[in-house]
Design a protein around this ligand. Sequence first.
Ligand code: NAD
Ligand code: UD1
Length: 330
Amino acid sequence: MLVLVTGGTGFIGSHTCVELLNSGYEVIILDNLVNSKREVVDRIAQITGKRPLFYEADATDETAVDLIFSTHPIDGVIHFAGLKAVGESVQMPLAYYKNNLLSTIVLMENCVKYGVQRFVFSSSATVYGENQVPFVETMELRPRTNPYGETKAMCERILTDAASIHPELSVSLLRYFNPVGAHESGLIGEAPQGIPNNLMPYITQVAKGILPELQVFGNDYPTPDGTGVRDYIHVVDLAEGHLAALEQVGPGVHIYNLGTGRGTSVLELISAFEEANSIRIPYRIVGRRPGDVAECYADVSKAHAELGWTAKRGVYEMCRDAWRFEKNQG
Ligand code: NAD
Ligand code: UD1
């Protein structure tokens, strides 16, 4: 089975390529390298012993995408390519809508044109917004008011509408919670450009001495220790969830939360990191970050019941593997 992985040199895409190749799939990566490096293809080959075909191209480029579909007998698409920085999306809304929506439309048009029936889309827990935890797939969506979150909700809608008039399509909308960690080889992981926005990459850069201390955004939330609670999921577990969806989902639109179902506070994650890696993380409590919710964690029973998938790795492994990758960086 041949799978087109857009965004395949990115953080989640690269780990999914590894799992696909290790499970006997053939893989084509399409990535414009706006937020990743070509060397990731070499790393994937080093880990798996198999080299995916790589196209440096933009998923919004109709000609380039059509050429790939017309050249290769693609069986399924996993669409990771997208811009994902919430703050940047507020500053550059048109770029976010254009990139995230147009790429999804162009890919789905080509699936319809070339008879490719399996489509897996990277959505986000951000679409639940201010709902009550744990988040369940049937909840009404309330994406937070930033363009990034809106693009995810809009792409879900676009794909659902397309599937309604193409009943042969199998569309999986995977709502990721907080992906962290790295492959245990330490060869691929999350490598944000500039100062990280997200907690785990910030912690690993403090651990390395690149940044002096972590700022904890608020300790007055209605949570057990007052700091924000999230459902961190090891990126390899997340990658495995994609294979489960690709293999087991039948025709129609299927929505799955991919998380662990467990909430971890900022202070708990710091402690886990310190314990797993024997490194102290200096931190300071500061004000809340605008737009943050107090708690975000998944009800994961649907993915377990229908896909037979459950996250296996805990916070200890997430911290250990994230640090191993960061240490390996130049
Ligand atoms: P990433 O930035 O590491 O990977 C995305 C990849 O897509 C990058 O390699 C980038 O170069 C590529 N890309 C972007 N626009 C492109 C385009 N138009 N054409 C071709 N390539 C393009 O991000 P990630 O963390 O691996 O996220 C993958 C997907 O999962 C994204 O859609 C993101 O919105 C979604 N997601 C991520 C998180 C998270 O916390 N990491 C959470 C929920 C959802
Ligand atoms: C971020 C995104 C969200 C995306 C999610 C999953 C923002 C505003 N939101 O949210 O759209 O779906 O990732 O990847 O970027 N924290 C600190 N100090 C820091 C960084 C974070 O205390 O330097 C806290 C936050 O307040 C939060 C927790 O750590 O309570 C996790 O933050 P982060 O990793 O940014 O993830 P989300 O807030 O879930």
